[in-house]
Design a protein around this ligand. Sequence first.
Ligand code: SF4
Ligand code: SF4
Length: 362
Amino acid sequence: MPEEVKKKRLTDVGPHDYHDYLPPMVKKNYGKWAYHEIMDSGTMVHVAENGDKLYTVRVGSPRLVSGSFVRDLCDIADKYCGGYLRFTTRNSAEFLFEDEKNIVPLKKDLEKLGLNIGGIGNNVANIVHTQGWVHCHTSASDASGVVKSVMDELYEYFVEEKLPSKVRVAFACCLNMCGSVGSSDIAIVGTHRRPPKINQERLLNLCEIPSTIASCPTNSVRPDVTADGKQTVRVVQETCVFCGSCYTVCPAMPIADPLTDGVSIWVGGKVSNARTKPTFSKLVIPFIPNEPPRWPKVTEAVKTIINAYKEGGRPGERVSEWVDRIGWPKFFKITGFEFTKYHVDDFRLAESMMNYSAYARL
Ligand code: SF4
Ligand code: SF4
């Protein structure tokens, strides 16, 4: 840890000021960067107005990492980067340094650890993902297993620039979408397909009735009374959207079901304001069953989308822009995905309720 950070009194209350953790070069040129250039698919350089240069080498990470993995990264950061290291929003690790001569030995050390260098430029970046079966009670699917299987297939697009533009892939293991799936070019979303099952005996002992009712975004959890007159809840099956919020508040309402859970695939989200406004991803495959350990149908679907985009996208065109240009009917035709009733968005308040751009709406 840098000396100036050690000297400050650190507490465990609230986040630390991120300025404390900026590399000196970044702090010095804060707000004064002139441009950046991509040197190769794993290396870039930022140039400041005064000519200062900051080099970045990016490696993928599996996101759920061990202590020894982090220690290995820290050793390399100590050796080449003055002890500074950053993780990107897509869980890549980035090494930032000022001396260009460090690029080659740094990469050699990273390769010795078996780390993959890439994800910068017109590539598939590291897949951002959520907890999955490892760590979250609401998950409809695994996260790490699906992401590993998909990324094994997309490896060539991580280490080499072969695509019309950058492609962001994301995975969330339920509709709460802790990963940025709504705004990624390709998104895989864990999907439950049945309402929670209530264990009345446990519910009476474990759960607070008002907060359980309040947890439901569609008002599907309603007050009820048991045969012997005790306060409980029931679920209106027709309006439940299988989000799992009630299970988070009340552990007596499990929603996971090994027979009916799986994933859906979404396409065309982006956060960027460049050329076109930010977009939400749209449903293209409503359901694929869970197929651990290698998830063949999911990997095949993602590869089909990538291949179609690689063939048809124009240079610089994001997936959403490519689909907008060719039209969704053609997208379904060239990918071979079936168009079903589940693709018809009939949420009548969407236009007035959903925020479609990065601009604040008051
Ligand atoms: S997306 Fe859902 S299941 Fe996955 S970590 Fe978030 S809340 Fe849990
Ligand atoms: S799963 Fe979601 S929509 Fe269904 S009852 Fe629970 S909170 Fe409501």
